[in-house]
Ligand binder design. Structure first.
Ligand code: KG4
Ligand code: ZN
Length: 338
């Protein structure tokens, strides 16, 4: 199927995003409207508020994506949208907008699994990862390792048994009184701290599996803060840096184990947590020490965006796949990459 111009739409969490991708490799526009301002005072995302903001933003964001790309609705060849997993109320806003455009303009429509979007974000860069490769996806909702044989062929190797890595960043930031999202706040604070000041636990390292666990670490930080109580002398930056180091060590350790076990020498790291500069640095260093090829997308392709949804949609639509307009969205179910 001729598939030149694809509109991608993403609203699975607290970003309203739209992008226009040409021929699967030329990003004509990439618009992301963040909602950080409305959620930060609640110390986390409030689903009902997220929905309402998506409703306000979805049409202006799509219009801006089309204007920036200098593309008219009728010129589009396909519409690609996140169908899940995520906050169902949020997903439904982008999903309904995508379906409406597809119906009104009589264009092919496809629903994309959000994780498949993250798994393919590295393909938006000039230098593309080869197949097979290992992919670590670490975000606010997921922390999983995949063996990727080809586009659309993903084998789940391990995943978090409790909190996602980004969720741990967000919860620890809340404990420290830092603004949301927690990842960037902790990263900023940690620049002034000592990562070896406190020896927080490294979850599941003794376990033979490729699964992760971050809830023990989160509890350890909470207990540490409780013990301090009124002792204001303790430097929050040391706590942030030590917590961050524990997450990095765990992610890097398990990911390198996956590369070794699968005898694969290419690695993709993506998802919001892959925006973390110290994490990126450790992976870069390890890629030199251990001689594997590393592909980490630029920061705006690590955090939620519609370009990655447009890319995955382009790949599927190009090979003739499309969904009917009675497709349902879903909140959970990342494992099967439905
Ligand atoms: O991929 P993403 O934008 O949305 C989900 O699919 O969840 O990831 C958001 C998560 C949040 O938990 C946020 O705190 C974390 O990614 N994050 C970071 C950084 N930037 C965003 N974590 C660590 N360091 C960062 N610089
Ligand atoms: Zn995401």
């Amino acid at each position: 199927m001729k598939m030149e111009l694809v509109l991608g739409i993403e609203t699975s969490c607290d970003e309203t995003a739209a992008a226009v991708l040409k021929n699967g490799n030329e990003l004509l526009s990439n618009v992301v409207a963040s909602q950080d301002d409305i959620h930060t005072k609640f110390g986390g995302i409030v689903p009902e508020l997220a929905c309402r903001r998506h409703i306000e933003c979805i049409l202006p964001v799509i219009e801006k994506a089309l204007t920036d790309a200098n593309v008219k609705l009728k010129e589009l060849d396909g519409i690609s949208v996140t169908k899940g997993p995520g906050l169902i109320g949020s997903i439904l806003i982008g999903f309904s907008a995508a379906k409406s455009i597809a119906f009104a303009m009589n264009k092919p429509f496809i629903g994309i699994n959000h994780i498949e979007g993250h798994l393919n974000a590295a393909f938006l860069e000039k230098i593309k990862p080869p197949y097979p490769h290992i992919a670590l996806i670490a975000s606010g909702g997921h922390t999983s390792l995949f063996k990727v044989m080809n586009f659309g062929e993903y084998q789940l190797l391990g995943r978090t048994r409790d909190d996602a890595a980004g969720e741990a960043f967000d919860k620890v930031a809340k404990m420290l009184g830092y603004p949301q999202p927690g990842g960037p706040s902790i990263e900023k604070s940690s620049m002034k701290g000592n990562p070896s000041a406190i020896n927080f636990p490294r979850g599941m390292l003794k376990d033979d599996s490729l699964d992760f666990s971050f809830s023990g670490l989160k509890t350890a930080v909470m207990n540490y803060l409780r013990k301090l109580e009124n002792d204001k002398s303790e430097d929050k930056a040391d706590i942030a840096a030590s917590f961050q180091q524990s997450v990095i060590d765990t992610l890097v350790f398990k990911t390198i184990r996956a590369l070794d076990e699968c005898k694969i020498s290419s690695l993709v790291v993506a998802g919001g947590v892959a925006a973390n500069e110290p994490l990126r640095k450790v992976f870069k260093k390890e890629s030199i020490n251990k001689d594997f090829k590393l592909f980490i997308p630029s920061i705006n392709f690590c955090t939620d965006n519609a370009a990655m949804i447009a890319y995955a949609g382009f790949k599927r639509l190009s090979r003739g796949e499309k969904d009917s307009l009675d497709l349902n969205a879903f909140a959970t179910g990342f494992m099967e990459l439905a």
